[in-house]
Design a protein around this ligand. Structure first.
Ligand code: IPM
Ligand code: MG
Length: 369
């Protein structure tokens, strides 16, 4: 049997330093659990632009299509702000998502008990929180045509983006949400703006259709996305699975991240259709960005990236028990009070470095094996 293959794309900003900790975790699973991966590393985002003049080389795209799963750190940074739109670091990530057709983005927001006080919300609002946001990732306003900046008739300019969804695009991501709900609390809340957008009306009707025809056993509700944002901070535990479009999902998942204590905690899985080997096309990445303000200082929290690898174990490699092992190790370490600066609630205690957090998680893993 061949080892499963991974393409590691650390990217920009804090990407490389958090990915360095993930690499040590991957090695740990090889050494201690006999779970070996063939790991290739390559460039994405600004790091790729610096070498190739594009944020994702064709050769990297080919590798991404070939491997069993891609792990990505983060892309972007002020150094690249002035670049033409087509070669901005973010375009590299968007190309990966689009060409791999990773239409379902799973963003689980779980509040570890040890972090309930690190959230900006009251403990009882967030303690025990476990929700799953399913964000549509390859369509909507991120990709709709026409798009661009054009001259208008008054000598000014007009900026255009198009929100566009087809029946099948909505149905396939809705199915992912319903499937997940069946393995959780069996509830889906769909969010759009059907009160102002035709694409929102279509979204609502198609989600309802999938429910009525294929998943009548799952409880379905609909909410306008603005009200959904409000409810997420008012009483987030009312939700189980939330399914929403690309743009609303981007916003709502950042909101949900803060419920868990820090953006540095939230992992994600972007999944497409199954490949020949039965595994879904997949890319795993933390929800946080490249955080250029703290890059290279050992301040970054590697947990979101490490937990993204746990999602890879679960969703790509059928290693649910090993994913649990890794998630429990993270929880143990947080329970012991190890905190990177983003998680510090009280002054006075020295924060852990990125490497220190990685060390502590590896030590906790050692205790389990
Ligand atoms: C995310 C990010 C990306 C997005 C950026 C980096 C293109 O914010 O994954 O949430 O907008 O999708
Ligand atoms: Mg985002």
């Amino acid at each position: 049997m061949q080892n499963p293959s991974l393409l590691v794309l650390p990217g920009d900003g804090i990407g490389p330093e958090v990915m360095a900790e993930v690499t040590r975790i991957i090695e740990w699973f090889g050494d201690r659990r006999g779970l070996r991966f063939d790991v290739e590393e390559d460039l994405v985002g600004g790091a790729a632009y610096d070498v190739h003049g594009v944020p994702l080389a064709d050769s990297t795209m080919e590798k991404a299509q070939r491997v069993d799963a891609v792990l990505l750190g983060a892309v972007g940074g002020p150094k690249y702000d002035a670049l033409p739109f087509e070669v901005k670091p973010e375009r590299g990530l968007l190309r990966l998502r689009k060409e791999m057709d990773l239409f379902a983005n799973l963003r689980p927001a779980q509040c570890f008990d040890a972090l309930a006080d690190a959230s900006s919300l009251k403990r009882d609002v967030v303690a025990g929180l476990d929700i799953m946001i399913v964000r549509e990732l390859t369509s909507g306003i991120y990709f709709g045509e026409p798009r661009g900046i054009f001259p208008d008739n008054e000598g000014g300019r007009v900026g255009i983006n198009t929100q566009r969804y087809t029946t099948e695009e909505v149905r396939r991501v809705a199915r992912v949400a319903f499937e997940l709900a069946r393995r959780r609390q069996n509830r889906v809340c769909s969010m759009e703006k059907a009160n102002v957008m035709e694409s929102g009306i279509l979204w609502r009707e198609e989600v309802q259709w999938v429910h009525d025809n294929e998943y009548p056993d799952v409880e379905l509700s609909h909410m306008y996305a603005d009200a959904g944002g409000m409810q997420l901070v008012r009483w987030p535990k009312q939700f189980d699975v939330i399914v929403t479009d690309n743009l609303f999902g981007d916003l709502l998942s950042d909101v949900a991240a803060m419920l868990t204590g820090s953006l540095g905690m939230l992992p994600s899985a972007s999944l497409g259709a199954p490949m020949e080997n039965g595994r879904p096309k997949a890319l795993y990445e933390p929800v946080h960005g490249s955080a250029p303000d703290i890059a290279g200082q050992g301040k970054a929290n590697p947990c979101a990236c490490i937990l993204s690898f746990a999602m890879a174990l679960r969703y790509s490699f059928d290693q649910g028990a090993e994913a649990d092992r890794l998630e429990r190790a993270v929880e143990t370490v947080l329970g012991r009070g190890v905190r990177t600066p983003d998680l510090m609630q009280v002054e006075g205690k020295a924060p852990a470095t990125t490497r220190g957090m990685g060390d502590a998680i590896l030590a906790a893993l050692d205790e389990t094996a």
